[in-house]
Ligand binder design. Structure first.
Ligand code: FAD
Length: 274
């Protein structure tokens, strides 16, 4: 497989840096081709603005989506954006690797998404009408590719459990896994999460590395999270609410994943045990 790692940590000699280097080596040993977008090293520009196109803004004001679509379709996007889109097209699997900062991804990675996910590339794809909301959530430009998050967190696993104070990790990651990855079509694998990062000695680091190695070895075969496709019949059109007979009585993020709560809890426990 061709694997793209989009990596967001400012310090190469960090836990994230060590796990990234391990991941590259493990994937290459298994015969995969690996490319890395090291966002801090690249000095990635994290803010969307009119300089993202080589053409001047059309009209009296800067319309972000319209200018993004125009630049994408006319081939006038700035070179850094086009390069990253090319890497996404190239990849069979994409890993977003980052430390959890303020319950989400570091700003530089969010800025990568905002700029690389151009209108016409990652959103605004397919027919938009009264009967259809485009190709998204299971369909789209990146359909057929796999994606996985590799996340480190200072908090304990229990803090991110079903009743933990920070909220369940699946809920916190839902906007990234469902909103950013599933939206343009990726099959999203369960995340690889390392908790309690301030308590890592050599023995625990070896266990973490082994667990990560197993996840990388099964990158091509791990079943993805069973998010419900937008155009698969589970949603009322055009309201895009779940039909009454789908996940009855359930609301919130979990309702958009097929399978019972118990099945999901078992699967999550399996993946998170380190
Ligand atoms: P490092 O600090 O580099 O390393 C952590 C530990 O790993 C080290 O002390 C060391 O013991 C060990 N280690 C490192 N490298 C190796 C190696 N090669 N071999 C063996 N052991 C090694 N946490 C949350 O849970 N939720 C939040 O919302 C949150 N917000 C944050 C916001 C900010 C701005 C910051 C700075 C931190 C936040 N944190 C939060 C904590 C953050 O998630 C962790 O600090 C981060 O995940 C640790 O990853 P790192 O790569 O920076 O680790």
């Amino acid at each position: 497989m061709k694997v793209l790692i989009v990596y967001a940590h400012p310090e190469p000699q960090s836990l994230n840096g060590a796990l990234r280097d391990f991941a590259i080596g493990r994937l290459q040993q298994a015969g995969h081709e690996v490319r890395v977008s090291d966002l801090y090293a690249m000095q990635w520009k994290a803010t969307v603005d009119a300089n993202d196109s080589t053409e001047p803004v059309r009209g009296a004001r800067f319309d972000v989506s319209a200018e993004s679509r125009r630049a994408f379709e006319n081939g006038t996007q700035s070179a850094d954006i086009a390069l990253e889109q090319g890497k996404l097209r190239w990849a069979d699997a994409v890993i977003l690797q980052f430390p959890l900062w303020w319950f989400s991804m570091p700003a530089i990675l969010k800025g990568w998404v905002e700029r690389v996910y151009a209108c016409g590339f990652a959103y605004g794809v397919g027919e938009h009408s009264d009967a259809r909301w485009g190709d998204r959530y299971g369909e789209g430009s990146l359909a057929g590719k796999r994606a996985m998050l590799m996340v480190t967190a200072g908090g304990w696993e229990s803090h991110y459990g079903a009743r933990g104070i920070n909220g369940p990790i699946d809920d916190l990651l839902f906007p990234i896994q469902h909103g950013i990855l599933y939206y343009p079509g990726f099959d999203v694998l369960p995340p690889f999460v390392v908790y309690r990062t301030s308590r890592i000695d050599e023995a625990r680091y070896a266990r973490i590395r082994d667990a990560l190695g197993q996840r990388l070895d099964t990158l091509a075969t791990t079943p993805p999270i069973a998010f419900r496709p937008q155009n698969g019949g589970d949603y009322e059109i055009p309201a895009l609410t779940l039909k009454a007979d789908v996940a009855p009585g359930q609301a919130g993020f979990a309702a958009h994943v097929k399978g019972s709560r118990d099945e999901r809890a078992d699967r999550d426990a399996e993946h998170n045990r380190l």
